[in-house]
Design a protein around this ligand. Structure first.
Ligand SMILES: Cc1cc2nc3c(=O)[nH]c(=O)nc-3n(C[C@H](O)[C@H](O)[C@H](O)COP(=O)(O)OP(=O)(O)OC[C@H]3O[C@@H](n4cnc5c(N)ncnc54)[C@H](O)[C@@H]3O)c2cc1C
Length: 333
């Protein structure tokens, strides 16, 4: 049977595999034996986790160029593996980097791309991708008619289920062409600083809305995100007002999140906002209006003023010096 390539999303701190990959493996199994493509060291925990969600093979490659240019080098690696194995499909998670990789890969392979799939199945003529349109009112089925299909998958739409395998780990040796090696990453993090995890795959997301009242108060969102080792985000209105950057916008046209913990501060919970965060495992909302729609999807609701509740929460967190950190590893193992 032809394998199905699945590009693995990794967490940096702590090192591990993102929940999104477990979701992709779950869908990949319907199309053929999954081959997980793991960039970076193949630590035992990651291998075990990939095996638990059904990876028949794990293709690993040491970092090198992958760190220097994440998209181009990964495209090179995936097209190398695609030509070597002629897979039934290639699956990549639907975040910004994933979309870039998938588009470049489809162009490189001369095949077709279906983006933001929420489901996959094997049809009579090959894999069929399901997309959700107009807030889920329509489900659109598409298939790629030429070449190796490339799919970006909205991992939030898929519940990962385990199907344990003993994966065969294969090391890939690949000489990246000069076009990849010629690119160098030139941005640098300031010494000692730590970037938060990417919004789409973060385990903890703290999002703020108009209820914060000002750009200055929006600092409470960043402070709480930092205290919980999470990633800050904002509603459409918060980004429109310039309180947080556009890349942090959580809605259907921004980023769709599926963390373990989602905290909404002063966000009413419009339909388009809820569509982008309702798959969070636990939702905590703080809003002074008890009838705010966000409470309809919240597991825990606090009716109160964010300017009072959030500082109290921060103080409590710092009192409990050893507050628990939530990692993707805990989530998926
Ligand atoms: C032209 C246009 C385009 C739009 N495009 C989009 C889009 O692309 N995506 C999208 O998602 N939406 C869009 N919207 C809709 C709108 O922007 C959303 O409803 C947005 O998500 C609302 O953001 P919010 O929840 O931050 O603000 P609001 O809906 O105003 O909610 C603020 C909440 O904060 C609470 N609050 C106020 N003060 C406090 C306080 N001190 N303490 C605690 N709570 C407090 C209020 O009770 C309220 O529930 C659009 C709207 C327009 C007009």
């Amino acid at each position: 049977m032809r394998p199905v390539l699945v590009l693995v999303d990794r967490t940096a701190t702590p090192p591990g595999v993102c929940r999104s990959t477990c979701a992709l493996l779950t869908l990949a199994r319907r199309l053929g034996p999954p081959m997980a493509v793991l960039c970076g060291p193949s630590d035992a925990a990651s291998v075990a986790l990939l095996g638990r969600f059904g990876a028949a093979t794990i293709a690993t490659i040491a970092r090198g160029e992958l760190d220097q240019h994440p998209a181009a080098a990964r495209v090179e690696l995936l097209s190398h593996l695609a030509r070597r194995t002629t897979p039934a499909a290639v699956l990549v998670a639907s975040h910004r980097l994933g979309q870039e990789i998938a588009a470049r890969l489809a162009a490189r392979l001369g095949s077709g791309l279906v983006s933001d799939a929420v489901d996959l199945r094997m049809g009579a003529d090959g894999p069929v991708a399901v997309q959700s349109a107009l807030l889920g009112a329509y489900r659109v089925e598409s298939s790629v008619t030429r070449g190796i299909p490339v799919f970006t998958v909205r991992a939030d739409a898929v519940a990962p289920t385990a199907a344990p395998m003993e994966p065969d780990v294969q090391r890939v040796h690949l000489n990246f062409p000069s076009a990849v090696r010629a690119v160098r990453r030139i941005t640098r993090r300031p010494a000692g600083s730590e970037l938060p995890p990417e919004l789409a795959t973060a385990a903890v997301v703290v999002a703020g809305g108009r209820g914060l009242g000002s750009r200055q108060s929006f600092g409470l969102v960043d402070a709480l995100a930092k205290a919980l080792h999470g990633t800050p985000g904002g509603s459409h209105t918060a980004t429109e007002l310039g309180w947080c950057p556009r890349r942090e916008q959580i809605d259907q046209v921004g980023t769709i999140v599926h963390p373990r913990l989602y905290l909404a501060l002063g966000i009413s919970g419009s339909v388009r906002h809820r569509a982008a965060m309702r798959h969070a495992e636990t939702i905590v909302a703080i809003d002074r209006n008890p009838r705010a729609p966000i409470f309809d999807v919240a597991d825990l609701g606090v009716v109160g003023d964010v300017h009072r509740v959030v500082p109290e929460l921060l103080a409590e967190i710092s009192r409990r010096k050893a507050y628990p950190m939530i990692s993707h590893n805990e989530e998926t193992t």
